[in-house]
Structures are given as structure tokens and as C-alpha cells.
Design a protein around this ligand. Structure first.
Ligand code: AHR
Length: 332
């Protein structure tokens, strides 16, 4: 090989290695990789929320359903809604269908407290968080993400305080209770008994299943058995719809507004009207407008953000003196 050829060859090798070095330039000179960040966060547009509503038994429930539908629409989230007609088996089937579809979150308003362990375990195994809404469940807390709703026991305690204030010398009262085994009925009954003065006796307690239609015959049967004013002086009614059913029976029996001291729960427009008309002497608030809180928590769960395990609604007691003034602005 001639010297000239050798030099040319060496020069070519050096040039090639320079080019290669330039291509594999150190990282410091390369542009930084784009941030993965913000776009990875889920929004309401990504959300499918399942709401197996327990029924349509009361004005409270109608307002609760409307709150979920309206919130989903406003936020642009997808809502899978069903009505279980107050039957637990229907709620469980609806939940199973939602698990099959792979929804992001299930919000469950349980008709009764017991019997949820199996389906909650199925949701957990499928990686779908469950928010218990409104009434409580007896299942282990590890099976669901959180509970958002009213403090039903406190509502019962507040009702007891109304009877205690009215009947300082004692009285006999009746109880028209909600759906047997439901967190709302169990809590309200327990709260009433916790706080009721010893000189006030609950002489009878029957369920009206939270509906007007079922409360009416229960009140009629009470009136066959007990004489208003003599055998009992007051009635604790677990919701306004049953109160309205009871009023029909009382009217038919000749009872006048104010003859009995009646405390109801919910604070619906119907309850406010019953206060305006003189039938209810207090209405303990139970707020159904839970949609916004539930969707907000569902989004946090989808993004792996921390949430509160228990959120109890801040509520009050309404009285006849402000009922007429507040009635027009009531949302439910
Ligand atoms: O669980 C809430 C209760 O259910 C409300 O008091 C009642 O009106 C409803 O049906």
C-alpha cells in the first residue's frame, strides 16, 4: 500500500468516527423529553358512574335522582342509572351489570343495611371503587371507598329533642317508621330512643315503608286502636311522604291540625306545606342533593387522590314560624 493511499484511508476513518461521535452526542445537548403530566389526569368526560337508585318512593328520592342526573349532565360525565323499586335484589343485579361493563365508580344508595358483602367484594375484586350514598351499610369498611349522606341517628335525636321540649310533663307517642332494616329507619329509631325523656313513652311503632300509600292504612290502623289526644299526644314520622299519607287518615278521622304534636323528617316542599297548614310542628332536615359531592369524590378516586371515608351532611331543623317564608325557595 502506498503512503498516499494509507494517509487517505486514515483520514477517512477519522472523519467517519467524528461523524459517529457527533450523532451519539452526550445527553446534555439533547432536548429534554416532554412532560407526561397534566393530560394523564382524568376528567369528568372520562367518567362513567353507575347509580343503582333504590326506588322512587318519596319526594326526597325524586330530588336525589334529579340531583344525580343534573350533575352528570352539567359535568359531562356518563351516568348509568337504574331504579330498583325498593328491592335489594334489583340493586344487586344493577350493580353486577355495572361491574360487567367496567364502569369507573359505583355510587350505591342501599335500600337496607345488610346483605351487601358479596357484591361489594365483586366490585372490589374488579377494581371498581364504591361510594355508599345516603343510607349506610353494615358491610366491613374495607369493602367500599367512602360513605356520603346524612347522620340518621342525629336526625332521630333532634326529633326526640322536639318531643322533650313540648312534653316536659310526659306524653305517649306513636312512631311511623321507614323501610324496615334501612339505615335511615334504624338510625332514626335509635336516635329517638337515645334522647327521648323517660317520661315520654313510644306506645307503638309500625312501618309505612317511606311511602304515602303505605303510611295511610298504617295510620288508619293506629286510629282504630288508639284515641288521639287521650291514648297518644304525638307522632314521630320518619319522612314527609308518610306524614302526608298520615294526615289524610287523621283528617278522615276528624283530627284537626295542632290536635297532635307531629315531628317529621326530610324538609321537602310537602313537609313545609304541612307546617304551613299546622299539621307538622317540626321538620328535621335530610338533604337529598348529594350529586355534586359524589361526582367530585368519584373523580378523585379515578385520579388516585385522597378522599374522606365519611362525609356527613350538615343539616338543621325547620319550624312552622319560617315555613311560609322558606317554602318558595325550597329546591325539593
Ligand atoms: O334515606 C333517606 C330517606 O329515604 C328519606 O328520609 C326518605 O324520604 C327516603 O325515602
Amino acid at each position: 500500500m502506498s503512503k498516499k493511499l494509507l494517509y487517505n484511508l486514515l483520514a477517512a476513518v477519522m472523519l467517519a468516527s467524528l461523524v459517529l461521535t457527533a450523532c451519539g452526542a452526550p445527553a446534555a445537548t439533547q432536548p429534554a423529553p416532554a412532560e407526561p403530566a397534566a393530560s394523564a389526569k382524568k376528567t369528568y368526560a372520562d367518567m362513567t358512574l353507575c347509580y343503582p337508585q333504590l326506588g322512587a318512593e318519596s319526594d326526597w328520592r325524586t330530588a336525589n335522582t334529579a340531583s344525580f342526573k343534573q350533575t352528570a349532565e352539567e359535568l359531562g360525565a356518563k351516568l348509568i342509572f337504574s331504579d330498583a323499586q325498593q328491592k335489594q335484589e334489583n340493586q344487586i343485579s344493577a350493580m353486577r351489570a355495572c361491574i360487567q361493563q367496567g364502569v369507573d365508580v359505583i355510587a350505591l344508595p342501599p335500600v337496607v343495611e345488610d346483605g351487601w358483602d358479596a357484591v361489594l367484594t365483586e366490585a372490589k375484586n374488579a377494581g371498581i371503587p364504591v361510594i355508599i350514598v345516603d343510607r349506610s351499610v353494615s358491610a366491613d369498611k374495607s369493602l367500599y371507598a367512602a360513605h356520603i349522606g346524612s347522620d340518621m341517628k342525629l336526625e332521630g335525636e333532634r326529633s326526640a329533642e322536639e318531643f322533650n321540649k313540648k312534653f316536659t310533663d310526659g306524653a305517649k307517642i306513636l312512631e311511623l317508621s321507614g323501610t324496615t332494616g334501612s339505615g335511615a329507619a334504624v338510625g332514626r329509631a335509635e336516635g329517638l330512643r337515645n334522647k327521648l325523656n323517660a317520661n315520654i313513652e313510644i306506645i307503638d311503632s309500625q312501618t309505612g315503608n317511606f311511602t304515602r300509600a303505605e303510611a295511610l292504612p298504617v295510620m288508619q290502623a293506629f286510629l282504630q286502636k288508639y284515641k288521639p289526644g287521650e291514648d297518644f299526644q304525638g307522632i314521630f314520622i320518619h319522612n314527609d311522604d308518610m306524614g302526608i299519607g298520615a294526615i289524610e287518615a287523621l283528617k278522615a278521622a276528624g283530627v284537626k291540625p295542632g290536635d297532635l304534636f307531629i315531628v317529621s323528617v326530610d324538609g321537602t316542599r310537602g313537609g313545609f306545606q304541612a307546617m304551613v297548614d299546622g299539621w307538622f310542628q317540626a321538620d328535621v332536615e335530610c338533604n337529598p342533593l348529594l350529586g355534586p359531592q359524589v361526582f367530585e369524590m368519584a373523580l378523585k378516586l379515578m385520579n388516585g387522590e385522597p378522599i374522606e371515608a365519611e362525609t356527613l351532611t350538615n343539616e338543621t331543623v325547620y319550624y312552622p314560624d319560617k315555613a311560609a317564608e322558606l317554602l318558595p325557595s325550597r329546591q325539593y
